[in-house]
Design a protein around this ligand. Structure first.
Ligand code: THU
Length: 160
């Protein structure tokens, strides 16, 4: 028997001005996208933006529904929209942020497990690491240089 551990490396930036200009722009697009959120139930407005290898940026926002599970997270809206509009084009980076009308979000918003599961497959098909940037409405930005460090022991197609 031996104990093992999982290491989750990430970088923390104090603000957009510290980021590489392309990444700062991607995060700005995520902030803009949060304005389109349809979140009357949670009042938690999420915005996401993905940058593709062809230079295109595709945004998404969360969309809720009175039948709660029918809604979808901003990250998956953005990723699926990008895959629908630019099929086969590799993903480079994804930025996510959130606004709430009930509280101040000043720490990075981490993507949910279902979105991470999708990110893993996006990363695999892109054949390059997917850079993930997370921010609250304000505050620091956490940057992961690949989704693997965000999602250990992922379910993969090799199990099928
Ligand atoms: N949500 C996202 O859009 N992304 C996440 O990573 C976590 C949660 C949305 C889903 C729902 O509309 C609201 O935030 C509250 O859970």
């Amino acid at each position: 028997m031996k104990k093992e551990q999982f290491v989750c490396p990430y970088t923390v930036y104090d603000g957009l001005e510290e980021l590489d200009p392309q990444d700062a722009e991607l995060m700005r697009r995520a902030h803009e996208a949060a304005r389109n959120a349809y979140a009357p139930y949670s009042k938690f407005n999420v915005g996401a933006a993905v940058r593709l290898a062809n230079g295109e940026v595709v945004t998404g926002n969360n969309i809720e529904n009175a039948a709660y599970p029918s809604g979808l997270c901003a990250e998956r809206v953005a990723m699926f929209a990008a895959m629908a509009k630019y099929p086969g084009v590799a993903f480079e980076a994804l930025a996510v942020t959130a606004y709430s009308s009930t509280k101040v979000i000043d720490e990075p918003v981490a993507p949910c497990g279902a979105c991470r599961q999708v990110m893993v497959e996006v990363e695999q098909t892109s054949k390059r690491p997917l850079r993930v940037l997370c921010q609250g409405t304000t505050g620091p930005i956490m940057v992961f240089d690949g989704i693997e460090s965000l999602m250990p022991f992922i379910f993969l197609d090799k199990f099928l």
